[in-house]
Design a protein around this ligand. Structure first.
Ligand code: CA
Length: 233
C-alpha cells in the first residue's frame, strides 16, 4: 500500500535556498509548491491545502511572524520556519505565533528531513493517526511508561517530582521539536508563570541530573539558547 504523496508550500525569496529545499523535498517524494513572496505563499496555501508550510521569516513583502499569525487565523497546517542565527527574538515570536519549529540557515538536508518528520509525526499523533507506541516511550537508556506514570533509566526506576514528570511528558509528546520557555511554563505552571524562566531552569537541571548520563553534557534534553528546550531521541 503506497502512502498518499505529501505536499509542501515553500515560501522563500532567496532563490538558491528555495531551489535547495525544493530539490531535497522532491527527492524525498514530496510535492512542492514554491512561492517567492508572503502574498503568493498565502494564496498557494489557501488553494493547495498542503500538509506542511515552510516559511522564511525574512520576506520582501511581509514580516514572517505576521504571516504566521494570519495563517493561524484560518488554518492549522504545520509551519516550519527558516531563519538566520541572529534572529533569536524573531524565532521565539514565530513559535509563539504558532509556528511548529524552526531551522537555522545554513542547514543540511538530513536536518531538514528530521525536522519535517518530527513536525508531521506530531500532527499525525494529534489527529489520532499514530499511537504513542503503547504508552511506552524510549530514548537512550530511558523508558517513560505514560500509562503507569513510571520512568526508568537502564532498568532502574527513576523518581521524578510531579513537575519534573510533567515537563518530561510534555517534551516526549513533542519529541524532536523545540518548545519555548513560555510554552512549557504555561503548560506546567499556568499563565501566571510565563515570565519566570528561572523556575524552568531549576527543574530542568534536576530532570537532567536524573535522566542524563552526564547532566552537564546532555544528549537528550537539549537547550536551545534563548528559546527553549528540545527532546532529542
Ligand atoms: Ca529571505
Amino acid at each position: 500500500m503506497s502512502e498518499p504523496q505529501q505536499s509542501v508550500v515553500l515560501i522563500e525569496d532567496e532563490k538558491m535556498i528555495r531551489r535547495y529545499v525544493a530539490m531535497a523535498l522532491s527527492a524525498n517524494g514530496f510535492k512542492v509548491w514554491e512561492s517567492e513572496t508572503a502574498q503568493q505563499g498565502l494564496m498557494e496555501t489557501a488553494s493547495r491545502r498542503p500538509d506542511l508550510i515552510i516559511l522564511d521569516l525574512g520576506l520582501p513583502d511581509r514580516d514572517g511572524v505576521d504571516v504566521i499569525r494570519e495563517l493561524r487565523l484560518w488554518c492549522e497546517i504545520p509551519i516550519l520556519v527558516l531563519s538566520v542565527c541572529t534572529e533569536e527574538m524573531q524565532k521565539v515570536a514565530a513559535l509563539d505565533a504558532g509556528a511548529d519549529d524552526y531551522l537555522t540557515k545554513p542547514f543540511g538536508v538530513p536536518e531538514l528531513h528530521a525536522r519535517i518528520r518530527a513536525v508531521l509525526r506530531r500532527r499525525a499523533r494529534r489527529d489520532g493517526h499514530e499511537d504513542n507506541e503503547g504508552g511506552i516511550f524510549e530514548f537512550g537508556d530511558v523508558q517513560v511508561d505514560m500509562v503507569h506514570r513510571r520512568v526508568s533509566r537502564g532498568g532502574t526506576p527513576v523518581h521524578l517530582t510531579p513537575i519534573e514528570y510533567q515537563i518530561l511528558t510534555l517534551l516526549v509528546a513533542n519529541v524532536g521539536l523545540v518548545l519555548t520557555h513560555r510554552f512549557i511554563l504555561q503548560k506546567v505552571w499556568g499563565p501566571d508563570y510565563v515570565e519566570r524562566p528561572h523556575y524552568l531552569r531549576v527543574f530542568m537541571a534536576g530532570l537532567r541530573r536524573k535522566i542524563e548520563e552526564n547532566s552537564s553534557n546532555p544528549k537528550h534534553l537539549m537547550t536551545e539558547t534563548g528559546i527553549g528546550y528540545r527532546l532529542v531521541r
